[in-house]
Design a protein around this ligand. Structure first.
Ligand SMILES: Cc1cc2nc3c(=O)[nH]c(=O)nc-3n(C[C@H](O)[C@H](O)[C@H](O)COP(=O)(O)O)c2cc1C
Length: 195
C-alpha cells in the first residue's frame, strides 16, 4: 500500500543531486514517486538515476510517443506536486503560465484549488534577489502554491547568500507530514499510466 502519490518535478539546477536524496528517502518511506524533469535537469542528473531511485521512468518530453496524455493523467492521480529544485527560469515561466514543456503543462493542468503544489527554489543569491524572481514567487503564492524557502549559505558559484535549496531531510519531513495528515481520507488510486 502506497503512502501517497508524489509528482516530483526537477528543473535544471546544480541542486538536482540533493533532490535525488529526497526522492530516495521518499520511496524508501513507502511513497510512490513519479519524477518529471526538464531537459536542463537531465543535464545534471540522468534519466537512469531518476528511474533507479523511483522505480518509474522519468517523464520529460511532452510529445514522447505513447505518453501524449501523461501530463493530464499524472496531474489527476498525484496527491502533491513538488518542484524541487525550482530554477529561476522555471519559476518565472510558471508565473507567466507558459505550458510548452512538461513542467509548465503539468502546472496548468493541476487542480490548484484542491491539491497542493509546492516549490523549493535553488539559485544564486542574485537570481533569488532579482525583482523578476520576487514578483513571480509572489504571483505563484497568490495563486495558492507553497514556497519552501531556500536557506542562506555557500553556493557552487563560490558566492554566499540566500537561494540555497532547503536540505533534503526537512523537505522529506514536510512531504511525509502532509501525506500522513490525510491518511484518514480514502486512499488515492495509484498512478496508472498506459505503457
Ligand atoms: C553548472 C550550472 C548550475 C546551475 N545552477 C542553477 C541553479 O541552481 N538555479 C538556477 O535557477 N539556475 C541554474 N543554472 C541555470 C539553469 O540551468 C538554466 O537557466 C536553465 O535554462 C534552466 O532550465 P529549466 O528551468 O527549464 O530547467 C545553472 C546552470 C549551470 C550551467
Amino acid at each position: 500500500m502506497s503512502r501517497g502519490n508524489v509528482l516530483f518535478l526537477l528543473s535544471g539546477s546544480i541542486a538536482c543531486y540533493k533532490a535525488c536524496t529526497a526522492i530516495s528517502r521518499l520511496t524508501q518511506a513507502g511513497v510512490t514517486v513519479q519524477t518529471v524533469a526538464t531537459p536542463a535537469a537531465l543535464r545534471f542528473v540522468g534519466a537512469a538515476t531518476l528511474e533507479g531511485l523511483s522505480g518509474r521512468p522519468v517523464f520529460s518530453e511532452l510529445f514522447e510517443a505513447g505518453r501524449a496524455l501523461d501530463h493530464i493523467a499524472l496531474a489527476r492521480h498525484a496527491d502533491l506536486a513538488l518542484l524541487c529544485p525550482a530554477t529561476a527560469n522555471t519559476v518565472n515561466r510558471l508565473a507567466a503560465g507558459l505550458a510548452d514543456d512538461v513542467v509548465g503543462a503539468l502546472w496548468l493542468a493541476w487542480e490548484l484549488k484542491t491539491k497542493p503544489w509546492w516549490l523549493a527554489p535553488a539559485m544564486n543569491a542574485h537570481m533569488w534577489d532579482h525583482p523578476a524572481t520576487t514578483a513571480s514567487l509572489e504571483k505563484l503564492r497568490g495563486w495558492g502554491a507553497r514556497v519552501l524557502d531556500p536557506v542562506d549559505g555557500p553556493h557552487a558559484c563560490g558566492e554566499t547568500g540566500a537561494g540555497r535549496l532547503m536540505e533534503p531531510d526537512p523537505i522529506v519531513g514536510e512531504v511525509l507530514a502532509f501525506l500522513d495528515a490525510r491518511a484518514s481520507s480514502p486512499p488515492s488510486p495509484a498512478f496508472s499510466l498506459p505503457r
